[in-house]
Design a binder for this molecule. Structure first.
Ligand code: PLP
Length: 527
């Protein structure tokens, strides 16, 4: 197969699939030792505090269980009475992890009003994993902790924690799947419906609606390089159109790494006042990478489902932890109540197997039930060790009372790498608050024009598929990036992740990009 055909074939694949092919190609590059994968958003740091605390809870949980039964490797169950005292006996407050455990139990007692024994027992059992998740949707006190974390990190002081319900999920990934499924099942989005998305966007939001089982029509609210990858206020006007059922957004965005500022948030509020039936799904995975971030959920809680993932900030992609959060009062429940009687009857039949009052089953419980095909609602819910880990990560932030050094470090790491990359490329730094700096979008054609000429841009556009630069970057320079077209960015835009390579790799990546551009320029000039 010649190069052009291969390039065309690649274009059929999703962005992430192309990137993994690029990794293989980069591994084989003959010009550099090793390869640099700046494609994936997987961070190269981890939070140690919560993990060490988790390990201590495992030890404690085993000791505690052995008190009721012990035959070889078989132990019994934990007991509530005096459990906090027994935990304290084990803790050595000179150890960081142990001090953190003591501090977090103090915090949940003082700030959340949770009884110490109850808290210790819930966390210990969750870590040990000796019971089905009960309630299915979320363990009771862990829900309070997650709510408090979302409050402190995403709501920008709008008090919502006490009116918000949480469904912890297997990462943001499962949250997204569950939401699409339950919206469809409950007739809130139907085949042929129009949905709006802010593009460029994390590819699944482009791919899932197009699947045959959903068959939704996407309306892109585009943002472009010359607008700093910010969507325009004007683009939001389309949301006033009643035929748009839902608005899916990633904020701060991926791949552009930009948060919506207050003028957009105000406009969204205005739009929802005009049309209270608008459904909004906001994916705020990168929220903590923007100072004083404010989620759309805090502006229009009635209309919005919030998706959050712990993966990026805490470096825990392998744990698969994230959550869905929504308000007690929400448009989803109200729209379900308004469905045609026939549809409601059919939903009654399905949800009637898990409740005697299917019509008053809230949407968030439907999400939980649907995640296990309704029939397994009673064994639904995220595994309890995952729920415990979620709580522990949350608490690493909460016990800091705002001055969170860990979040500062994570932010400093990505912004330092961003700075190194753009400086070497000669691109102006964007230090506005809205830039999360987790990713950078590089427009290869803009760069070619800036470093060389318009003529080079015309030459590249005419003679090469837009994917060829990406392929050569891998093959010749051993650098993997992601192509933006898959995110619905304009042709020639590539995404660099600042999350997953050592700091020193970023100027090196910039150098190799410039080196490859020079090769195109030389070729044009017949060298
Ligand atoms: C990484 C990412 C996710 C996936 O999160 P997981 O918790 O790892 O499944 C979801 N949404 C966006 C926008 C992401 O960038």
């Amino acid at each position: 197969m010649n190069n052009k055909e291969y390039e065309k074939e690649l274009k059929q694949l999703g962005t992430f699939e192309i990137a993994s092919k690029m990794v293989n190609s980069a591994k084989k590059n003959e010009n550099y030792k090793g390869y640099l994968d700046a494609g994936r958003g997987n961070p190269n740091w981890i939070n140690t505090q919560a993990r060490l605390a988790f390990a201590r809870f495992v030890e404690f949980g085993v000791k505690e269980s052995e008190l009721t039964m012990l035959e070889g490797n078989l132990a019994g169950y934990t007991t509530l009475n005096g459990i906090d005292d027994r935990l304290n006996d084990m803790l050595d407050l000179n150890k960081n992890a142990d001090l953190f455990i003591k501090t977090l139990i103090d915090y949940t007692e003082e700030e959340l009003g949770i009884n110490r024994d109850t808290m210790v027992k819930e966390l210990t059992d969750a870590v040990i994993g000796n019971n089905y998740p009960e309630p299915s949707r979320c363990l009771m006190n862990i829900e309070k902790i997650i709510n408090d974390y979302l409050q402190e990190t995403l709501y920008n002081d709008v008090p919502l924690s006490s009116s918000t319900q949480v469904f912890p999920t297997e990462g943001g990934t499962a949250a997204i799947c569950y939401i699409f499924d339950s919206l469809k099942k409950n007739g809130l989005i139907d085949e042929g419906d129009r949905i709006a998305i802010n593009t460029p966007i994390f590819t699944p939001y482009l791919q899932i609606p197009k699947l045959n089982k959903y068959d939704l029509l996407e309306v892109n609210l585009e943002s472009q390089d010359d607008e700093n990858w910010e969507t325009t206020l004007k683009a939001l006007d389309v949301l006033e159109d009643k035929s748009i059922k839902a608005f899916f957004l990633v904020n701060p965005s991926n791949p552009a790494s930009r948060a919506l500022d207050s003028k957009f948030l105000n406009r969204i509020k205005e739009i929802c006042e005009k049309r209270p039936d608008l459904i909004i799904i906001t994916d705020d995975v990168y929220g903590t990478f923007v100072q004083d971030f404010q989620t759309v959920y805090s502006v229009v809680p009635y209309n919005t489902i919030l998706v959050y993932s712990y993966s990026k900030l805490f470096g825990c992609t392998g744990w698969r932890i994230g959550c869905i959060a929504m308000n007690e009062k929400n448009v989803f429940d109200d729209l379900i109540a308004l469905l045609p009687e026939e549809k409601l009857k059919s939903l009654d039949e399905d949800y009637g197997i898990v409740t005697t009052e299917p019509r008053s089953l809230p949407f968030i419980e439907r999400l939980t039930a649907d995640s296990r095909s309704i029939g397994l609602y009673h064994t639904a819910g995220l595994s309890t060790p995952q729920q415990a880990m979620t709580a522990l990560f949350s608490l690493t932030h909460l016990v800091c009372h705002e001055n969170d050094k860990y979040i500062e470090s994570a932010n400093r790491i990505v912004s330092g790498r961003y700075q190194k990359l753009v400086n070497e490329l000669g691109i102006k730094e964007d230090n506005t608050r809205e830039n999360a700096k987790y990713y950078t979008l590089i427009d290869i054609y803009n760069l070619a024009e800036r470093l060389y000429s318009k003529e080079l841009v015309t030459y590249m556009r005419k003679n090469f598929e837009e994917i060829s630069f990406l392929m050569n970057l891998a093959k010749e320079k051993g650098v993997v990036m992601m192509e933006g077209v898959g995110f619905s960015a304009p042709k020639g835009v590539l995404r660099v992740s600042q999350a997953n390579l050592p700091d020193g790799a970023y100027p090196e990546i910039a150098k190799r990009i410039k080196g490859l551009l020079k090769e195109y320029n030389d070729k044009m000039n017949g060298y």
